[in-house]
Design a protein around this ligand. Structure first.
Ligand SMILES: Cc1cc2nc3c(=O)[nH]c(=O)nc-3n(C[C@H](O)[C@H](O)[C@H](O)COP(=O)(O)OP(=O)(O)OC[C@H]3O[C@@H](n4cnc5c(N)ncnc54)[C@H](O)[C@@H]3O)c2cc1C
Length: 497
């Protein structure tokens, strides 16, 4: 019998454990234990269900185009739970000053799939509109430079990539806030190859992103809805997978302090916890490490320091504040129609950069507010009829001082900051705050080359693999896919050896 440890029970580690349980039931001679520091599995995936509201504290949906989260939901018998985003009502606003300006219809992120709406949008200056119109004419030139880059594995920043196609205004006003919501980082340091692989591939094939997307659209190659979620929340995936794992295979509240290589395999040492009944150390034949990048670097510090150097060195923190309003409360508020708004972090938004004093929490919160989702409008059945559910997302470089503030302060700051943009808010009937420190690793320029070196380094260590959001994708579908595939490969390697 081969013994496998999984360290970290976020969506990646849990998907691996679920796959191992599946293999076990199919007769594979394995035993496994999933260790998680927290008292609850799922990591950043957490749903609170209260008084008819379904409140996501971390991710709220997945990108429909990638099949693996949906496949998992179907396997778990959650077919009836699958809910597409209400794309017929899709309207996303950008904050300009205190006003909200709608993004034009027919945009795929920062790329227009149709001109109607874009050319008369007040969001863009005439220079940006000209840049949009010019991009298809540069197709050959863009294709040539893309192919050069591909053959040399050359990377560039997301900002440079978008700039080459559409100029600086589109990069800073549209691409930056769209990606800040996902990666929380500065597009001038994020890697185009790692963060925008689909657009990089499109450039290679078509040169022009505008022409490439149009051709795909004409070929009927677009998903029905952009986002998919579960009716009762994404925790359904966590609960579903957990129910397939034997209780003996899960140890919650277990902080792993270090791992050590021995002649026969790996020893997992837990952090000392007075009075804890768990064994202090356990030996395994193989280990799957599914912890956040910083922890992973620490775990490998004594084994191979270079591994820590290759992992993302920067990560961004997030704070989510959810505010739920009953139908009565909502009736006196004026939330615009749409999915929500994004806040560009540009000088146009805030004026020339001015340092903010450390105790001016309101100014810090204004700068750290990246987005707000009008949850009750984005997905059906997230809130009782006529009530309102808002989710503010704070992140980026300004968020750090907010992480140590109390829930009550963060709640007040969210109300004031959102109130400036959508009008005064009532006292919410439910409010909750979640802090996610260092939860989003930044894939900086050169990331994929570092990942290739990491693969080589890891292949020199027997029966140990890395999974999670530090490597090749931060979204749920990618993490589910890599967690399951890696677990399968690990078992094949172990049993074959
Ligand atoms: C606010 C927010 C919103 C997001 N929205 C979306 C979205 O809408 N759609 C989407 O696809 N993605 C979204 N993401 C990204 C996605 O949620 C994450 O990338 C993903 O959940 C990370 O999963 P993971 O398993 O890699 O890590 P985590 O969820 O961070 O899990 C790591 C686990 O390791 C455990 N751990 C840490 N240290 C130790 C230790 N020493 N010993 C034992 N256990 C340890 C932790 O307790 C945790 O459970 C969002 C992320 C955030 C923060």
């Amino acid at each position: 019998m081969k013994r496998i440890a999984i360290i970290g029970g976020g969506i990646a580690g849990l998907s691996a454990a679920y796959e191992l349980a599946f293999q076990q039931r199919a007769g594979a001679p394995i035993e496994f234990v999933l260790f998680d520091a927290a008292s609850r599995l799922g990591g950043t995936v957490e749903t609170v269900r209260r008084d008819g509201f379904v409140i996501e504290c971390g991710p709220d949906s997945w990108v429909t185009e990638k099949p693996w989260a949906r496949d998992l939901a179907l396997e778990l018998g959650l077919e009836g739970e699958l809910v597409p985003s209400r794309d017929d009502r899709r309207k996303t606003y950008l904050v300009q000053g205190r006003a909200l300006t709608a993004m034009p219809d027919g945009m795929r992120m920062m790329v227009p799939v149709q001109w109607a709406g874009v050319l008369d949008s007040p969001l863009f200056s005439w220079q940006a509109k000209l840049a949009y119109l010019r991009e298809p004419k540069l197709a050959e030139q863009l294709k040539t430079s893309a192919l050069d880059a591909a053959s040399s594995s050359r990377d560039e920043s997301v900002r440079d990539f978008v700039f080459r196609h559409f100029g600086s205004e589109v990069a800073d006003t549209i691409a930056a806030p769209l990606l800040a919501g996902v990666f929380g980082g500065d597009i001038a340091s994020l890697s185009a190859r790692a963060v925008l692989p689909a657009f990089v591939a499109l450039e290679r094939e078509h040169g022009s992103l505008v022409l490439g997307l149009r051709q795909r659209r004409q070929a009927g190659d677009a998903p029905a809805a952009i986002f998919t979620t579960l009716r009762h929340g994404l925790a359904g995936l966590v609960e579903g997978m957990e129910s397939h794992i034997p209780a003996s295979g899960i140890q919650r509240g277990m902080v792993v302090a270090s791992i050590e290589r021995t002649g026969e395999g790996w020893v997992v040492h837990r952090a000392s916890a007075p009075g804890a009944s768990h064994l202090a150390s356990q030996t395994f034949d193989a280990v799957l490490v599914a912890t956040p990048a910083k922890t992973t670097a620490k775990l490998f510090g004594a084994i191979d320091e270079r591994i820590g150097e290759l992992l993302p060195q920067q990560s961004s923190s997030a704070i989510v504040v959810a505010l739920a309003f009953s139908a009565d409360q909502a009736s006196v508020m004026r939330i615009p129609r749409g999915f929500g708004f994004l806040v560009p972090q540009t000088a146009a938004q805030y004026g020339p950069y001015q340092p903010i004093s450390d105790d001016d929490m309101e100014a810090i919160a204004r700068r750290a507010l990246l987005a707000c989702t009008f949850v009750d409008q984005k997905f059906p059945q997230r809130a009782p009829e006529n009530s309102v559910l808002l989710r503010a997302f704070f992140g980026g470089p300004s968020v750090a001082p907010l992480l140590t503030e109390s829930d009550a302060t963060l709640l007040k700051l969210a109300q004031t900051t959102l109130g400036r943009i959508v009008g005064k808010l009532q006292e919410p009937s439910i409010a909750l705050v979640r802090r996610w420190p260092d939860s989003l690793p930044l894939y900086e320029v050169g990331h994929l080359n570092r990942m290739a070196e990491l693969d080589v380094r890891m292949s020199q260590l027997p029966h140990v693999r890395l999974i999670g959001n530090a490597y090749r994708g931060v979204g749920l579908p990618d993490l589910i896919h890599s967690g399951r595939t890696t677990a399968r490969e690990l078992v094949a390697g172990l049993i074959g050896s």
